[in-house]
Design a protein around this ligand. Structure first.
Ligand code: ADP
Ligand code: MG
Length: 140
């Protein structure tokens, strides 16, 4: 399997509850390395741009309000099969459906406030990484 990079966000519900380190530990224990990381306050424009694919969904407004409600931590994660591995470590979108031991099972509050974002494909990972990071900020 190939080495990959994927994009991750530790969402406002998690930063607010001081869970940044606990979530990063899940990534590291799962074999992923943090090769870029920054804590930012997302603007509404940035949140709407990032989630543009969901703009027609009924929860879009609520999702953007949530993503700018507190700081987030954006990261690039590197490792074998990193895109799928990260999704496995995160667990299902709805914490009620997430497997034991996953981030969302342990920490998520609801289907909306679900602690982490992770790219869903290698193609989207590249787009999302470039949306938040320049090359000099990624140090493997
Ligand atoms: P994932 O984050 O697992 O890739 P999606 O891409 O389907 O999930 O949705 C993006 C984000 O939108 C979710 O992580 C969650 O924060 C929010 N979301 C998804 N479905 C709902 C819903 N039914 N109600 C409220 N928020 C939702
Ligand atoms: Mg998604």
């Amino acid at each position: 399997m190939a080495n990959q990079r994927t994009f991750s966000i530790i969402k406002p519900d998690a930063t607010k509850r001081n869970l940044t380190g606990a979530i990063i530990k899940k990534f590291e224990d799962g074999g992923l390395r943090v090769v870029a990381s920054k804590r930012i306050q997302m603007t509404r424009e940035k949140a709407e741009g990032f989630y543009a694919v969901h703009s027609e969904r009924p929860f879009f407004g609520e999702l953007c309000d949530f993503m700018i409600s507190e700081p987030v931590v954006v990261q690039v994660l590197d490792g074998e099969n990193a895109v799928a591995k990260n999704r496995e470590i995160m667990g299902a979108t709805n914490p009620a459906d997430a497997d034991e031991g996953t981030i969302r099972k342990e920490f998520a509050l609801s289907i909306g406030e679900n602690s982490v974002h992770g790219s869903d494909s290698l193609e989207n990972a590249k787009i999302e990484i470039e949306f938040f990071f320049n090359d000099a900020e990624i140090v493997g």
